[in-house]
Design a protein around this ligand. Structure first.
Ligand SMILES: Cc1cc2nc3c(=O)[nH]c(=O)nc-3n(C[C@H](O)[C@H](O)[C@H](O)COP(=O)(O)OP(=O)(O)OC[C@H]3O[C@@H](n4cnc5c(N)ncnc54)[C@H](O)[C@@H]3O)c2cc1C
Length: 403
């Protein structure tokens, strides 16, 4: 399949359908849920009702052989609102974790439980970060020990900043199974609904994305059945043996998840940037100072020209990486990381400039650009910070294991 930026008829229909939901349901609800700092369950329910929030939808988007349905839908949702967007799509990160490491049987058992059904939608959480292990995944402390007699894994530790942590039906938890192997001694586990010992210690108050629930978690003697080890015990034993012998293969589970999701996250950032661009363009045409619309000043119109150019450049990088990921084209120069690095920067910069274009109005909560700016900043932090993307790209282009 060749890379093309021309959307098919089906992709255009999909984009317009998601855009309709973003415009008519998410936008009008955005301010309220940002202020309430709560998970917008009624909006998630609405999305589930029309089939937008469901395993089937996600599978169809990811199944698109061009790879473009995913970024196209994410851009529209996050154009609608990033906080609600993440409340809807946070589950996708856990699902990606199950896809990256799970067996077909595990997919069938757990993915539907991540979503629930249209009458009673559920969410899922992917829990990798810890207080001492965000960028430095190799410093993870959460331990999983196999209890052979009962065929159970016993997990103990603390997780930080988990999207949907504590409110999720299914938690996907990364843990160390062999501490001598660093990041190669880690595995991913399903913590099924209602498992004893997993508690949410703190809901985090945030700068932005306030409609998305973020929490710290504590795992105290959490016992999960042997079948909850993603990929299964034989595969894990093989991977550990390879790592002990210093052989290559068996990428870190958390890293494998992030590789899959970076262009998707980049598309979300593009959506926020586009929202700010469109809003500030219209504002600049209507706002009159010194007897003429402010867009007639080159300092404003050239700025808007730059914002538009940067957004299109970011989208092209995102689409390229999404196409490559879907078609198994190796990310020789870390193109996935490039797309997220660029899109995160463009979103933060564009939304900040949009505030400038709106002047005093931009700084108030009467207009959405200040919210978009707060929301955009996270895209330089989560799923690998700006510096970690640079590190990944620098390693790829240099061939050196830079640290
Ligand atoms: C809203 C939100 C939602 C999140 N959701 C999830 C989730 O669902 N699941 C999950 O597992 N995690 C989640 N996270 C955690 C997020 O992925 C981490 O915060 C992120 O990876 C950064 O880790 P850290 O905060 O520990 O920063 P640190 O690793 O402490 O980094 C601090 C600073 O140092 C820089 N730095 C670190 N190491 C290097 C280096 N080697 N070279 C150069 N600079 C470096 C970083 O770039 C950063 O600027 C979420 C975080 C937030 C805020």
């Amino acid at each position: 399949m060749a890379f093309s930026t021309e959307l098919t008829e089906e992709q255009v229909e999909l984009r317009d359908w998601v855009h309709g939901f973003a415009k008519d349901v998410m936008r009008p609800a955005a301010h309220e849920w940002d202020e309430r700092e709560e998970t917008p369950w009624p909006v998630i329910q609405e999305a589930a009702k029309i089939g937008l929030y469901s395993f089937e939808s996600l599978a169809t988007w990811f199944g698109d052989p061009t790879g473009l349905s995913v970024p196209v839908t994410q851009e529209e949702l996050f154009w609608g609102d990033a906080g609600i967007g993440l409340a809807i799509m946070g589950t996708g990160l856990a699902v990606a974790g199950i896809f990256a490491a799970g067996t077909p049987d595990q997919l069938v058992e757990w993915v539907p439980q991540c979503f629930g059904d249209e009458k009673d939608p559920k969410v899922a959480a992917f829990c990798s970060s810890e207080p001492e292990a965000g960028s430095d995944v190799s410093n993870m402390r959460t331990r999983a020990v196999y209890d052979e007699a009962n065929d159970e894994w016993v997990i103990n530790g603390a997780k930080a900043w988990a999207t949907n942590g504590g409110i999720a039906n299914v938690h996907v938890v990364q843990a160390v199974v062999d501490k001598d192997l660093g990041s190669r001694g880690q595995a991913a586990f399903i913590v099924p609904p209602g498992t004893a010992g997993l508690t949410s210690t703190k809901k985090i108050k945030k700068h932005g994305l306030r409609a998305s629930h973020t929490a710290d978690l504590f795992l105290d003697e959490v016992r999960v059945p042997g079948r909850c080890l993603l990929g299964g015990k034989d595969k894990l034993d093989e991977k550990l043996a390879r790592a002990r012998e210093g052989r290559k293969g068996g990428s870190q589970a958390a890293m494998a998840t992030f590789e899959l999701t970076r262009p998707t996250v980049g598309a979300m950032a593009v959506g926020i940037a586009r929202a700010a661009y469109e809003y500030s363009l219209e504002y600049a045409k209507g706002r009159v100072t010194f007897g003429r619309p402010i867009i007639e000043n080159q300092s404003i119109s050239f700025l808007l020209a730059d914002i538009k150019t940067e957004i299109d450049a970011a989208r092209l990088l995102v689409w390229r990486a999404a196409y490559m990921g879907r078609n198994n084209v190796p990310f020789a120069n870390a193109e996935g990381s490039m797309s997220k690095l660029k899109a995160g920067r463009v979103a933060t910069w564009s939304t900040e400039r949009a505030i400038q274009i709106l002047g005093g109005n931009g700084y108030t909560r009467e207009h959405p650009v200040e919210r978009w700016h707060r929301d955009a900043k996270i895209f330089e932090i989560f799923e690998g910070t700006e510096q970690i993307q640079q590190l990944v790209i620098a390693r790829a282009i240099s061939g050196l294991h830079l640290r």
